[in-house]
Ligand binder design. Structure first.
Ligand code: UT7
Length: 325
């Protein structure tokens, strides 16, 4: 049976670090509050001109190198993002331009923090139809451009970055086993952002033009835990795989308390949940592919391992993907 396999991963983070101590100087907060309530210590912030598409293209180059492919080998580019450089064209088309991926077609997926999981699910359908396709799947964001930097409720949470993977078809029993997506638009007001994105926004902007992220944190927290648990159980049951057989869960990195609560509800040991949000904060669609790349390069993922990805975000959107690596 042909399944979709990941043959290369990559990530890219802006060099600029914004620490909890830096934030203490900007709003009425403390390292202690941020650490205990979120688990975040640092986040990366893109410089002016360091657009989402630039980060996405850097991550893609790293993934292409691992896959030993060149950009012209790509048939398709999907970018999960809610912070594309421009309203039009898509971030994916800008990535195509940047890479010189002249044989690909390219488009974005808007599914907020679930953008990468949604994009993988879609790529899987294409690969099932044509196993020879080489698809670049990216999650990339510059949430710093949509953060209200004088709102302590949200400004401590978000960061910028990009992660990518190259997928293609492979015979055998490895690859994507199951994926399941969900959404519930009726709850959108609990987490949303009004305006269309645009390039070259000033960093740390605070004008009240509505273009920043608004969130009812406590409600989102509860839905995130319940929905990710439900999505994970759905794919496990579908494939008759026990949670105890999972080598690593790579969840969307939003809050350490969400991840611990998820681990507890699933009955999985904390060390099987991959965590890097202390370094990068919540990078929305980028968080899972960045974590996947780090876990892969750290040797935490081995051939034959069952790997679970799960996400939850604005929309609401959520979902899970199960791989046998
Ligand atoms: O990526 C998409 C999914 N997003 C998420 O999953 C995020 C989910 N939500 C969360 O992670 C948490 O709800 C937050 C981290 C956003 C907030 O944590 P919380 O434990 O729900 O805190 P809270 O909003 O209930 O605030 C508790 C207190 C409030 O003060 P009072 O009213 O009790 O006096 C806040 O004003 O903490 C205060 N507070 C802060 N204090 C210091 C809120 N933000 C801060 C801050 N520093 N940065």
């Amino acid at each position: 049976m042909n399944r979709m396999m990941v043959i290369g991963t990559g990530s890219a983070l802006p060099a600029r670090v914004l620490s909890n101590e830096d934030l203490e100087k900007m709003v009425d907060t403390s390292d202690e509050w941020i650490t205990t309530r979120t688990g975040i210590k640092n986040r990366r912030i893109a410089r002016l001109g360091e657009e989402t598409s630039m980060l996405a293209a850097s991550a893609a180059r790293n993934a292409l190198a691992m896959a030993r492919l060149s950009a012209t080998d790509l048939d398709m580019i999907i970018v999960g993002t809610i912070t594309s450089d421009m309203g039009m064209p898509s971030c994916a088309c800008l990535v195509q331009k940047e890479l010189g991926a002249t044989n690909a077609f390219a488009f974005d997926i808007n599914a907020a923090c679930s953008g990468f999981v949604y994009s993988l699910d879609l790529a899987d359908k294409y690969v099932k139809a044509d196993p020879g396709l080489k698809i670049l799947v990216i999650g990339a964001e510059t949430l710093s451009t949509r953060t209200k930097w004088d709102d302590r409720n949200t400004c401590v949470l978000f960061g910028d970055g990009a992660g990518a993977c190259i997928v293609t078809g492979a015979a055998g029993n490895q690859g994507l086993l199951a994926s399941k997506l969900f959404s519930d638009g009726s709850l959108y007001k609990l987490l949303y952002m009004d305006s269309a994105p645009s390039m070259n926004k000033e960093l740390f902007r605070t004008e009240n033009d509505g273009s920043y992220i608004k969130m009812a944190g406590k409600d989102v927290f509860k839905y995130a835990v319940r929905c990710m648990e439900g999505a994970v159980m759905t794919v496990l049951e579908r494939e008759q795989v026990s949670i105890q057989d999972i080598a690593l869960v790579i969840p969307h990195q939003a809050n350490i308390r969400i991840l611990k609560s998820l681990a507890e509800r699933l009955g999985v040991a904390d060390e099987k949940i991959y965590i890097n949000l202390h370094k990068y904060g919540n990078t929305s669609a980028a968080s899972i592919p960045i974590a996947l790349d780090e876990a892969n390069r750290e040797g935490r993922i081995n051939p034959g391992d069952f790997i679970l990805l799960c996400a939850f975000g604005g929309g609401f959107t959520w979902g899970a993907v199960l791989f046998r690596w």
